[in-house]
Design a protein around this ligand. Structure first.
Ligand code: FES
Length: 318
């Protein structure tokens, strides 16, 4: 391969267009190398952000062929090989306001992040002269979310955020919330958790894009699950998400299968479910639901119940 082409989405503050740049291929380079080459040798007007070139500062997140990557950590060879082409499409991260070309606006994201108070709230009585010790186990609880470098890759590809930008926090904010909710030295876990609960904690659709796209191996989807568990432990059980989880739990324990007839009532309550009657009637007409067929216990239900018992015993031992 002699030439590489970057087709870059440009934005000058008013209009958008795609512009192609061609430059000689060099082995062993990164996506960021190509951007810097264009800016230094072809078009100084091209805008993008980068600083450390070591996958630490998080400023070089971009989309390559529709997937968010950290430009300084992503091998150009690997991208060309993956897409079997010498032309790559580079765009700004999705789910952000674009300022110019590949530069996105973090202002609003940082404002939302502050809602979960991503800082330690130590006990007022703690003796600061003695430090704040943690056991290895306690540290391991926060090790993964602590690796977040605020690159925005999880935001860009989040399925829920793409359709619900206002009612759902950015995945990395849930990770920040979790990091301080389970922090052993923190005095006020509810102050980190409750804003997450009020801003879509139960709305994650488990597309797992935040996990697969994170260049640092942070697992926001796992932290969302952790926060849900913590919220239930704190007594936040009277919301749709928690009720839905309990309905699953109870049905499976009872019969080994879901009762689709009672699930909406248990989750949303009788009054809200009434609004779904026309839809239920259509399902009934098509034979999709059978209201009088109550699920019978599956074969091997005793084994299912044993799993429940073991899980419950483990929980109590912890
Ligand atoms: Fe700092 Fe890529 S330039 S993470």
């Amino acid at each position: 391969m002699e030439k590489v082409i970057y087709r870059i989405k440009r934005f000058d503050g008013t209009k958008e267009w795609y512009q192609e740049y061609e430059f000689p291929y060099e082995k062993g380079k990164t996506i960021l190398w190509g951007l810097i080459k264009i800016k230094e040798e072809i078009d100084p007007s091209l805008c993008f952000t980068s600083a450390c070139r070591s996958a630490i500062c998080g400023s070089c997140g971009v989309r390559v062929n529709g997937n968010a990557v950290l430009a300084c950590k992503t091998s150009l060879d690997k991208m060309l090989e993956t897409y079997k082409t010498n032309k790559l499409i580079l765009e700004p991260l999705n789910n952000f306001k674009v300022i110019r070309d590949l530069v996105v606006d973090w202002e609003q994201k940082f404002e939302r992040m502050k809602e979960v108070k991503p800082w330690l709230i130590p006990s007022k009585n703690s003796d600061k002269t003695k430090g704040f010790k943690q056991s290895e186990k306690q540290f391991n609880m926060i090790a993964n979310p602590t690796d977040c470098i605020l690159c925005g890759c999880c935001i860009s590809e989040c399925g829920q955020l793409s359709i619900n930008r206002e009612g759902f926090l950015e995945p990395f904010i849930f990770s920040k919330s979790y990091r301080f909710t389970v922090e052993s030295r923190d005095e006020a876990p509810g102050e980190h958790l409750e804003p997450a609960l009020e801003n879509g904690l139960w709305k994650c659709i488990r597309c797992m894009q935040c996990v697969t796209k994170c260049p640092k191996g942070v697992r926001p989807a796992e932290h969302i699950n952790g926060l849900r568990k913590e919220s239930m432990k704190m007594g936040h059980r009277d919301n749709k998400g928690a009720r839905h989880a309990y309905a699953f739990h109870d049905d499976i324990q009872k019969t080994g299968r879901l009762n689709e007839m009672t699930l909406p009532i248990k989750t949303e309550g009788l009054v809200s479910t009434m609004g779904r009657i026309p839809f239920a009637l259509r399902l009934l007409k098509k034979g999709k639901i059978k209201p009088f067929n109550m699920p019978k216990p599956v074969n091997g239900i005793e084994q299912v119940r044993t799993i429940y018992r073991l899980a419950q015993n483990q929980k109590e031992e912890r």
